[in-house]
Design a protein around this ligand. Structure first.
Ligand code: SF4
Length: 232
């Protein structure tokens, strides 16, 4: 185990915190820590694909996407079949399954939602995620418990850097094909790939390829990896 999630009180209410146990911990280790915590605390009942009576609370909220989230969907056979023949599977996926908002140079990418506001992948009749094994990082790390300050910062940092890489690749791909970027909403759009820092997600397909220490600000990294020694 390279990352551990554990219960704590946040603002007097049930929360959770994180600690890093090994310097080579990756984003995947963080995800596994949170999934393990959910399984231990809730018997896996949280989330729209777990056993028993699943919870679909996260399926009605905005789900920001990172590049590895989209790469995981593109590896799914049922998605690939739907995108067959597209010149760019990435752009075709974003066009069909995402919601892209461009405001000047700023691009935001989230999963598309149905008219009732639920996620495109929610099978409302069964109360389940249609592609649970491929659900994005934001879904995997959604807990009905408050995160500690540092746990919230880790999640936010991973999502922001992972989305920057998704946007950078979308813009590069659009330029390569000589077409406009995917946009479902826009206001004076002028996004450029050069404006998006490649960061530690550059060229990576999976969360297991990205080290947390390369991704997190040094102070936050030190806090997480030293927490056991300091008895936090
Ligand atoms: S991807 Fe699945 S788990 Fe995530 S919001 Fe959509 S239906 Fe829910």
């Amino acid at each position: 185990m390279k990352v551990r999630a554990f219960p704590c009180a946040v603002g007097g209410r049930p929360g959770y915190d994180l600690e890093v146990l090994a310097p080579e911990a990756t984003v995947q280790d963080y995800l596994e820590a949170v999934n393990r915590f959910i399984a231990e605390e809730y018997g896996g009942r949280l989330c729209s694909g777990g056993p028993g009576r699943p919870c679909t609370a996260c399926c009605w909220e905005r789900v920001p996407l990172t590049y590895p989230d989209v790469a995981a969907y593109l590896a799914e056979e049922s998605i690939r079949e739907q995108l067959a023949g597209a010149p760019s599977p990435l752009l075709a996926f974003l066009e069909r399954f995402a919601h892209v908002v461009v405001d000047g140079p700023v691009v935001d990418v989230s999963l598309a939602r149905k008219h009732d506001g639920s996620c495109l992948f929610l099978d409302a009749g069964r109360g389940r995620c249609a592609l649970y094994a491929r659900r994005p990082l934001v879904c995997q790390t959604y807990l009905c418990r408050r995160p500690s300050r540092r746990a919230a910062r880790v999640r936010s940092r991973v999502v922001n850097a992972g989305m920057d890489e998704l946007v950078r690749r979308m813009l590069l791909e659009s330029r390569r094909l000589g077409r406009l970027p995917v946009m479902h909403e826009s206001r004076r759009p002028c996004p450029r790939p050069e404006d998006y820092d490649p960061g530690p997600f550059r060229g990576r397909e999976r969360f297991g390829e990205v080290l947390l220490r390369d991704l997190l600000p040094p102070g936050l990294w030190r806090d997480l990896i030293d927490s056991r020694r300091k008895g936090k």
